[in-house]
Design a protein around this ligand. Structure first.
Ligand SMILES: C[S@@+](CC[C@H](N)C(=O)[O-])C[C@H]1O[C@@H](n2cnc3c(N)ncnc32)[C@H](O)[C@@H]1O
Length: 213
């Protein structure tokens, strides 16, 4: 069955996330600790490339929990987000933890040109916000990726009901993300479901860490 989605306009996204991140300046919506996928991606990188430091691209970095953690390992990190408030909090978190994020970029992801210099591309629950353009952008990231580089991607899936207002979010079918990485070496993949305590609704996600071969 074909799905009908549209691109969510960047200003709407920015306003939505600014409001959410700005509601409490002293609390981090997704916490200040790194996500499980960031920790898993880092440990896989270190297994594959012992002693090498990746050039990380964190797309939709939000309030910076993962960017800061990558940077705390001495890795160069470029962090991109549409939310000014998110970026300000990311910058504050970096300062508090005495680490440097190489570049904090305020941009619509779609305006950010993928570049093969990034050999650990990380997108935690952000690309589905691109609506229709999600898969096209993912394809672009894959095309420019250098051989050996890693992608760590988490997208909302259709397995659970999801947020009340999915807007024009692009939710993948379970298994779709894995199919999109056909030809890559799959290092880790999962389909999972979480209960959002704030709303009492289940959200589901497809996650994947893969290496370009
Ligand atoms: C669910 S949050 C995840 C934040 C972060 N990756 C984390 O796990 O803590 C999604 C993030 O994607 C950002 N985002 C959504 N659409 C975007 C776009 N078109 N360009 C840049 N950032 C976007 C939002 O501002 C938000 O910070």
């Amino acid at each position: 069955m074909s799905k009908l989605y549209q691109h969510i306009d960047a200003n709407t996204q920015a306003a939505r996330w600014d409001q959410r991140y700005g509601a409490d300046q002293d609390s981090w919506v997704f916490g200040r600790r790194p996500s499980c996928m960031a920790q898993q991606a880092a440990s896989l990188w270190e297994e594959l490339w012992p002693g090498e430091r990746p050039e990380v691209l964190d797309l939709g970095c939000g309030e910076g929990r993962d960017s800061v953690w990558f940077a705390s390992r001495g890795w160069r990190v470029t962090a991109v987000d549409i939310s000014t408030v998110g970026l300000q909090k990311a910058s504050r978190l970096a300062m508090e933890q005495d680490v440097t994020i190489t570049a904090l970029i305020h941009s619509d992801i779609l305006q950010f040109e993928p570049n093969p210099v990034y050999n650990l591309v990380f997108a935690g629950s952000s690309l589905h916000g691109l609506g229709d353009a999600c898969i096209l952008y993912l394809r672009k990231l894959q095309e420019v990726a250098a051989i050996g580089s890693l992608h760590a991607i988490r997208l909302m899936s259709t397995a659970a009901e999801g947020p009340e207002d999915t807007g024009n979010m692009y939710r993948v079918e379970p298994g779709e993300l894995l199919d999109l990485y056909e030809g890559w070496r799959i290092l880790d993949t999962s389909e999972n479901r979480v209960c959002i305590l704030r709303t009492g609704r289940y959200h589901s996600f497809s996650e994947l860490i893969a290496q370009k071969v």
